[in-house]
Design a protein around this ligand. Structure first.
Ligand code: ADP
Length: 633
């Protein structure tokens, strides 16, 4: 297309760059795919990918048109010089009237200058366009990702999703910008240049076309073989990233179990998959690219052979032959570029399938027009009526769950691990949707309530306090972004964490590290309680911590929790016998059903499972008790 600009034009060079990059980061998917269905995405046609990506260009139509205009002008000026060369050669060999060399050389320099000026402008605009589209697409993918149901994340590896947002988005965008522009220019050149060629010599025009069937056949072969390989490579890249992320998060476990060598082997296997996958792509590229280049050059040889005889026969001037050869080069160039484009296209298609898999996944709550906010103020009356739930069709997790929590009551859930306690409470903020029965808050069904209102009115404090990698202040105000300084301090005081925070080197502005590693377990818990206090939702879900902390810390946490529980309807997944004594209702779950319910005293009198549990001595955590009980019950 634009002659002589390959080195200066990053977009033209990219197929090679991409391959090199793929070498270092991507993977063979075949093994990853077998191991884990996580990394696959629905297969889609190239046309669909291009059409969908092209929508991202719409807001930037002006830049797109200008870029294309610059590219066309640059192309047009690159057509001038073969013609000038012809005049020079025929002038010096006496085949045409003596040429005005100063005008010819000024014309030549001028046309090159304009070609390169327009090309420079095109590169500049093209880069801006690319970055805008990448930004928009990445933002869309992230926004969508955040609004997908929890279930979606249960099935995926975070490293895979990160690869989609970071690497695949880039790859998809490139087909759009580079692809459309290079493709259009190449096609234009392929239409315009033959017209010039046939006007110069019909015979040589036909000779130029001889390699075309070879070139077309080669492109078809590459397209058909490459997609599967690119797909496999993207999946392998993803699988390696997922493993890396998992290992980085579990670095303490790896060390404490002394499994560094084992992890080296696992990582090497994924990295080897990536190497094999990338080499697989490069192997066919190494055959395809030179073969196509040779096929095109074959044409030049044929033109020289037939054209030379025409010159000798006096049917063609030497200048005409030389300019014909240069124009033929301008014809084969875009064909070569179309091959690079094909490579780009196959890579983008594989990446696009993965990106659009996210964009097309159903939102947490599709068709939300019928949903309404909870009537304000929320009192916090929660009723479950005959609720059932399964994660997968074949396995029932909850059955026939009915309960009634009056405003301000504390409901303790106890039962062996896997009984369904977490699942039961996760239905309330609609992390998962009940498969049967109804759940209401103040009489309004949860599945008719907007997620925003629902989650505003429910705080969740989990067993392992999760803190974001930021400052203590940022972590607490996450519960209420517009909180005043007084509100922040009040919440921190009530959560018994103000004191330790002020003792940190930078107080509230101290950084907590990833997942809060720089704080102790007890400190993290209190920060997460402060966050919930600041949010001040009328309903609370609390998964009590199971980790043992020293008595002093435990007292601080307990006080903080007592303040958090006050005047709220709370569902407490209780792990400590000491906690449940204060509950208004205790629900004993087993096998997804509520098998006993009542207050501590009522249940003790009932001679059931709870009664047996309470009689076991020396047990701090309820689950331990259940384990000891299992043989009896
Ligand atoms: P509990 O909180 O009482 O320990 P859970 O509610 O966590 O029990 O789990 C109940 C059952 O559901 C268990 O058999 C568990 O394996 C299964 N389960 C929990 N979470 C998921 C999930 N995200 N996907 C599939 N199954 C799950």
């Amino acid at each position: 297309m634009v002659a002589g600009d390959d080195d200066a034009n990053p977009t033209v060079k990219r197929p090679t760059t991409k391959t090199a990059k793929a070498k270092s980061t991507s993977v063979p998917a075949a093994r990853a795919e077998q191991e884990d269905p996580t990394f696959t995405a629905k297969s889609r046609g190239t046309a669909e990918i291009i059409r969908r990506v092209a929508r991202y260009l719409q807001p930037y139509w002006l830049i797109s048109v200008t870029t294309m205009g610059c590219a066309l002008l640059s192309l047009a000026f690159s057509f001038v010089y073969p013609h000038l060369i012809q005049s020079v050669i025929d002038g010096v060999s006496g085949k045409s009237p003596a040429a005005n060399f100063s005008r010819l050389s000024a014309g030549l320099i001028g046309s090159f200058l304009l070609r390169d000026l327009f090309n420079g402008l095109r590169i500049r605009l093209n880069n801006a366009l690319e970055q805008n589209v990448i930004f928009d697409m990445r933002r869309d993918v992230y926004a969508r990702l955040q609004r997908l149901p929890v279930n979606y994340f249960d099935q995926r590896a975070s490293g895979d999703l990160m690869t989609r947002v970071i690497e695949d988005v880039n790859s998809v965008e490139r087909i759009l910008i580079d692809g459309i522009e290079q493709g259009t220019l190449a096609v234009l050149a392929l239409i315009i240049v033959p017209v010039i060629l046939f006007r110069k010599s019909v015979l040589l025009g036909f000779v130029t076309l001889i390699p075309l069937p070879l070139l077309a056949g080669g492109a078809l072969w590459y397209t058909l073989t490459a997609h599967r390989r690119y797909r496999a490579q993207r999946q392998a890249a993803s699988a390696m990233n997922a493993l890396l992320m998992d290992n980085l998060q579990g670095v303490r476990q790896v060390k404490s179990f002394g499994q560094e060598a084992h992890e080296d082997v696992r990582f090497a296997a994924r990295a080897q998959d990536l190497r094999a996958g990338t080499l697989g792509i490069m192997r066919i590229w190494a055959v395809y690219s030179p073969a196509m280049s040779f096929a095109a050059s074959l044409g030049l040889g044929l033109i020289l052979w037939v054209g030379g005889r025409e010159v000798l026969a006096g049917k063609l001037s030497p200048g005409q032959l030389v300019s014909f050869l240069i124009y033929a080069g301008l014809f084969y160039d875009p064909i070569r570029q179309l091959h690079g484009l094909n490579q780009l296209l196959q890579a983008a298609r594989a990446a696009g399938e993965r990106v659009f898999d996210i964009l097309d996944s159903p939102l947490e709550r599709a068709g939300g027009e019928s949903h309404r906010p909870l009537p304000s103020p929320v009192r916090g009356e929660v009723v479950y009526t005959d609720v059932a739930f399964d994660y997968a069709a074949e396995k029932t997790v909850l059955r026939g769950i009915s309960l009634h929590a009056r405003p301000g009551e504390m409901i303790a859930l106890v039962g062996p691990t896997g009984a369904g306690k977490s699942t039961l409470v996760n239905l309330l903020p609609a992390f998962y949707e009940a498969t049967a029965g109804t759940i209401t808050i103040d009489g309004q069904p949860v599945n008719e309530t907007t997620l925003e209102s629902l989650r505003q009115n429910i705080s969740v404090v989990s067993q392992e306090a999760f803190l974001f990698n930021g400052t203590v202040r940022e972590n607490i105000v996450y519960g209420k972004l517009d909180a005043t300084e007084e509100e922040l301090f009040a919440a921190a005081r009530a959560a018994n964490c103000h004191e330790f925070i002020t003792r940190l080197p930078e107080g509230y502005d101290s950084r907590v590290g990833e997942r809060g590693v720089k704080l102790s377990v007890g400190e993290k818990q209190r920060v997460s309680i402060a966050r919930a206090l600041l949010k001040d939702a009328p309903i609370l879900i609390l998964d009590e911590a199971t980790a043992s902390v020293d008595t002093g810390t435990e007292r601080l946490i307990q006080e903080a929790l007592d303040r958090l529980l006050r005047n709220r309807t709370s569902f407490v997944i209780a792990h400590r016998l000491s906690t449940i004594r204060q509950a208004d209702q205790i629900l004993v779950l087993r096998g997804g059903r509520i098998i006993e319910r009542g207050t501590h005293e009522e249940l003790l009198a009932g001679q059931g499972l709870y009664h047996q549990l309470a009689r076991i001595q020396n047990t701090t955590f309820i689950e331990e008790g259940f384990e000891k009980l299992t043989p009896i019950s």
